[in-house]
Design a protein around this ligand. Structure first.
Ligand SMILES: Nc1ncnc2c1ncn2[C@@H]1O[C@H](COP(=O)(O)OP(=O)(O)O)[C@@H](O)[C@H]1O
Ligand SMILES: O=P(O)(O)OC[C@H](O)CO
Length: 503
């Protein structure tokens, strides 16, 4: 009998991927295509929604044809996606009215200020689990309605709808073209009530967004429609935002289990079970997944710039041509590095939540060179993770003894060793760092009755454990230096400098 597979579509911030996962959980094939990032103004980040679709279709087609897969071999499809990024389109034509505004985009800081001035901070945190920040989708939708000519009138006439990237993919890739999202993605909009599990009317009113624009919300394991592959409809049975998918893919099904994903940004999530846990230390509460009529929650620490800082070294500073070269370059340094990089290119996320922070390099001396800045940039991913882990441990009132890692930048051995050193914890890397895609495949497989949760957990094999090897004094000195550097980069912009620019 021919091998059977699950297909995972992973629509990330910088690339679209399609993966073929066999029924033993092994990745049997992968296609990836980077797409263009648009930075029309400082602090703005956009994607072309049509390019998101075309790149996703291209990688799926290439994967199927390259591996000569017959559609009968594909049991189900799981989708996972960059979260918060939002598209607004016309219901009649299906055409977007503006580019996708990306999660990293901080243009809506002043809309956030006005929500805070309306006294909505506590309401947002109690009902959505989030903080008022330009990171989340709500203010981005408002910006589009305020700034694209004719958009508000069209929205009020019921002709426009919005969607996070899962919704956009379902709309354009499935035969049924329904307007749907899943609980995890809904929980990132700042418009969804995570206690009552419905769209929150008060927040739609405060943001002046017609509720008719919102998609229907399904659990994460559900039938979202069918994608036609070589003439055969294949059911999409699982959807989750990429960080929740990674938590699922890492098998963190029990309260207290956590993972850290090093992609464009870096996101640590801890499963808190069926209870909503509120952070007192700058983390957010999010829906981990909706499964079997139950909703599971997570605490999350969101770092906006992680691998993106390595991309910045590659693309803007031209230090190297491939992100993987950052490892040998960082290792060229034999002495202690006095340099700190704070990659606050999009402000700072958890636990600082400072939309006005900006990137900075500290400690430059006449001999500073590419290895110093490269190493300091990699170190910044580890320091930011320490900030989050400290907050998470305080909130959970427990000590994590190990950290499960995944995502593109977790393949950097220098970084993972430094991470173990600066945390004083073991860092555990599995064979495949593609937990996000495995999570999406696992959700779809679970919903289709292919795998149980126990079987999903057993799919993982440890590839390497990084053990701390730094003195207490050294760790404390380095981390104190980081805290000082972060302090100096904060509130760099004045509020008026960030007033919303118009189109
Ligand atoms: N060996 C490496 N060392 C450091 N950073 C890396 C390495 N490989 C990839 N990256 C970074 O990881 C990111 C890609 O990881 P990925 O998980 O694919 O991210 P995303 O899903 O956000 O697109 C890029 O930002 C890239 O710069
Ligand atoms: O595309 P990634 O993997 O960096 O993930 C982006 C996050 O979902 C943003 O919240």
């Amino acid at each position: 009998m021919k091998q059977e597979y699950i297909v995972a579509l992973d629509q990330g911030t910088t690339s679209s991927r399609a993966l073929l996962v066999d029924l033993n959980g092994r990745i049997a094939g992968m296609k990836q295509k980077e797409f263009k990032q648009y930075f029309p103004e400082p602090g703005w980040v956009e994607h072309d929604p049509e390019e998101i679709i075309s790149s996703q279709i291209e990688v799926l087609k290439d994967l199927i044809s390259d591996r000569q897969i017959h559609p009968d071999q594909i049991k189900t499809i799981g989708i996972t996606n960059q979260r918060e990024t939002v598209v607004v389109w016309n219901k009649l034509t299906g055409k977007p009215i503006y580019n996708a505004i990306v999660w990293q985009d901080s243009r809506t800081a002043s809309i956030c200020e006005s929500l805070k001035n309306q006294g909505l901070s506590d309401y947002v945190s109690e009902n959505t689990g989030l903080l008022i920040d330009s990171y989340f989708s709500g203010t981005k939708i408002r910006w589009i309605l305020d700034n694209v000519e004719g958009a508000r009138e069209e929205a009020e006439a019921g002709n426009l709808c919005f969607g996070t990237i899962d919704t956009w993919l379902i709309q354009r890739l499935t035969i049924q073209q329904q307007h749907l999202t899943d609980l995890t993605n809904a929980s990132r909009t700042m418009l969804f009530n995570i206690r009552d599990l419905c769209w929150d009317s008060k927040l739609f009113e405060a943001l002046e967004i017609p509720k008719s624009m919102a998609p229907e919300v399904l659990p994460s394991a559900a039938h979202f429609g069918d994608i036609e592959i070589d003439g055969k409809p294949i059911p999409v049975m699982g959807i989750a935002g990429d960080q929740q998918a990674a938590l699922f893919g890492q098998g963190c099904f029990t309260a207290g289990e956590a993972k850290n994903t090093y992609g464009t940004g870096c996101f640590m999530l801890m499963n808190t079970g069926k209870k909503i846990k509120r952070s007192k230390n700058g983390l957010i509460t999010t829906i981990a997944w909706g499964l079997d009529n139950e909703v599971y929650y997570a605490l999350e620490g969101s770092i906006f710039v992680a691998g993106a800082a390595v991309q910045w070294l590659r693309d803007e500073l031209k230090f190297f041509e491939d992100a993987a070269e950052s490892e040998p370059i960082a290792l060229e340094l034999k002495k202690e590095n006095p340099v700190y990089v704070v990659p606050a290119f999009a402000g700072l996320g958890a636990p600082y939540w400072d939309m006005y922070a900006r990137g900075a390099i500290f400690g430059l001396t006449r001999d500073t060179g590419i290895p110093h800045i490269t190493r300091a940039t990699l170190d910044s991913l580890a320091y930011q993770t320490r900030d989050i882990l400290d907050a998470m441990q305080k909130d959970a009132q427990t000590e994590l003894t190990e950290l499960k890692v995944d995502g593109g930048a977790s393949s950097n051995n220098y970084l993972m060793q430094f991470q173990a050193d600066i945390l004083n914890n073991e860092v555990i890397r599995h064979q495949s760092v593609e937990s996000t895609a495995l999570g999406a495949a696992s959700l779809a497989a679970y919903a289709s009755g292919i795998w149980t949760l126990e079987e999903i957990r057993e799919l993982k094999t440890i590839e390497r454990v990084f053990t701390p090897n730094m003195s207490h004094e050294q760790r404390s000195k380095r981390y104190t230096g980081w805290k000082k550097a972060v302090g100096r980069s904060r509130q760099w912009l004045e509020e008026h400098e960030n007033a919303d620019k118009k189109l």
